[in-house]
Design a binder for this molecule. Sequence first.
Ligand code: PRP
Length: 185
Amino acid sequence: MPGESMQQCARMPESLETLISQADLQDRIESLAEEIRRDYGDQQMLLVGVLKGSYLFLADLSRRLGGNVAIDFVQTSSYGAEKSSSGVVQIRKDLDINIEGQNVLLVEDIVDTGLTLTHLRELLSVRKPNSLKVVSLLSKPEARVHQTQIEYVGFEIPNAFVVGYGLDYSERYRNLPYIAILRPE
Ligand code: PRP
């Protein structure tokens, strides 16, 4: 919604339709954490959250993983205030930690076109981590333009505009504890 103020946005009639309930989200995160912990065993891992959308998923996943976990963040942006990708990934914040030799697990809220993840995989793999895997809470296979590997997927969802549990529309709705489809009315 470029050019519109938050107040104008807030007056636009929109409706939310629950796609994934809070309980279903939490159950799936629990089973993802068990699967990841089984795969990594006692090895140290570095969780890299992709801001801003992954902040709630990273918080819940990391608490369930327990064990030997370090945390860092990158921030990218390709959507700005719009509903569709600009096609250009900007790195707004790079990692603080040197990842050479580390077992890096990138934590994404959603893989849509695959542009962001493709870019991040390239950026991080040249820094010589011991391993580089990806966990994404959501994946939209129908929207994929850039094919990219995702080792752990929470839910495959239809090609609809979704908000909640970290995902926004013009910075709103990130704090919903569930995932919803946002429709203009
Ligand atoms: C969203 C999301 C992913 C990316 C996925 O981030 O968090 O990082 O888009 O889309 P893609 O597969 O088409 O690249 P966004 O740029 O909207 O920033 P945000 O997380 O701060 O909302």
